[in-house]
Every structure is written in C-alpha cells, then in structure tokens.
Design a protein around this ligand. Structure first.
Ligand code: DX5
Ligand code: ZN
Length: 219
C-alpha cells in the first residue's frame, strides 16, 4: 500500500508535537520534514534544533527533505538530530559532492534519497539510482506549501518507475507538492509509492479521513 508522509510545513508550529501525534494516530506512515535555507529556495523553514525536538517526541520514520545549497555540509547534524532518511536535491551541488553526501549519510546508518525539481530531467537521477533508497519527484517548485500540482511531471515519474523496476531496485518513488485526494490517484498510477501531503492533511479538520482519502479509501 502507498505510504502517506504528511509535511509538517503546513502544521501549527505552536503545537507541533500534538500535530505530529494527531497525523500518526490518523494513519500517517512517515513524517516529512522540509528544510529550507533561503538560498536554494526563496523561503526559510526550520532546521536541526527543530528536528531534534521532533525526534524526542516520536519514534516515527522521519523523511528529511533538504532544500539547501551544498547539503554535504549538514549531513552529520541532520543525521545525528534524528533523520531516518535524508533527501538531497540533485541541483544543490556537483555529482561528486552529492555522492559524498549520500555516502556520509549511509555511513551514519541512514537511508538516502535524491530529489528532482520540476525542470530537472529524470536522467539527472541516474548517477545515484543504485545507491539510494528513494527518488523524490517534485510536483511543484520547491519552497512553499499549498501550490498547484503539476500533472506534467507524470511522464517523469513513470520513466523513473521503469528504470527502478528494470534494474530490480527496491527504491521508493515519492511525490511532493499539491498532492491531495484528487491528484493522488494519477501519482499512484504512474508508480509513486510514497505521497507527501502538507495542506491536504494538516488543513483538514479530520486528519484520519484526509489520509484515508489520499490512499483512495473512505473512512
Ligand atoms: C514544498 C515542500 C512540500 C510542501 C508540500 O517545497 O517540499 O513538502 O510542504 O505542501 P503541499 O502538500 O501543501 O503542496
Ligand atoms: Zn518536501
């Protein structure tokens, strides 16, 4: 079954611990943690101290999406703060430095992912495909929650699904941006195994119903 990873970017930060417990009780599989540095993307969110605090309050799988320049600099702090999986944007540094970042996270016992912005072709994931546990296809320009889903990313998703399957890899295929009950089915049809959803989960009054709806179920 598809995994649902609510993005806490859309949570009420004043009561973040309760918000996380609420979506986990509602059936969330992972928690998605969006880190933005105001340079790689035009917005600043939160970083290592917040991750440490979140980790203290939950055993849930923490999927950390680093929207930061030269992420190799921050692998150890995020891993030590409690990330379970660290996602690196392929646009954020050279291939050599990204491979170093992936190796460093793995050496610390963590899972890794590579992330593609909308204008980045599927081919950009190839150098990393056999090394990572996940490929993340952005379905909005990274930087903000609540944007409109880009359906034209579906061919890229399908291409990556094909490459993962052909090679017999177990990598998850994740989508992030504008995913809701209306756009989830086409993501699943094109091979996504993890759906990130910010507004669709946290802005819903009934989080369990919102999560079920993303899976295509009715509560
Ligand atoms: C965007 C972030 C997303 C965002 C998704 O840069 O990576 O994780 O929170 O939010 P929604 O689901 O509202 O598009
Ligand atoms: Zn994200």
């Amino acid at each position: 079954m598809v995994k649902i990873a609510p993005s806490i970017l859309s949570a009420d930060f004043n009561r973040l611990g309760d918000e996380i417990r609420d979506v986990l009780r509602g059936g969330a599989d992972w928690i998605h943690f969006d880190v933005m540095d105001g340079a790689f993307v035009p917005n600043i969110s939160f970083g290592v101290p917040v991750l440490k605090s979140v980790r203290k309050g939950t055993d849930a799988f923490l999927d950390v999406h680093l929207m930061i320049e030269k992420p190799v600099r921050y692998v150890a702090p995020f891993c030590e703060a409690g990330a379970d999986l660290v996602n690196f944007h392929v646009e954020a540094d050279t291939e050599e430095q990204l491979l170093a970042a992936i190796r460093a996270a793995r050496a610390l016992g963590k899972k890794t992912g590579v992330t593609l912005k909308p204008h980045t072709p599927a081919e950009a994931a190839l150098p990393y495909l056999e090394l990572v546990d996940l490929v993340l296809v952005m379905t909005v320009e990274p930087g903000f929650g609540g944007q409109r889903f880009m359906a034209d990313m579906m061919p890229k998703l399908r291409t990556l699904r094909g490459w993962i399957d052909e090679r017999g890899l177990a990598a998850e295929l994740e989508v992030d941006g504008g995913v809701d009950a209306g756009t989830a089915p086409v993501c699943i049809e094109n091979g996504a195994t993890v759906l990130v959803a910010g507004s669709a989960v946290f802005k819903a009054a009934d989080r369990a119903a919102a999560i079920a709806a993303l899976r295509g179920e009715n509560l």
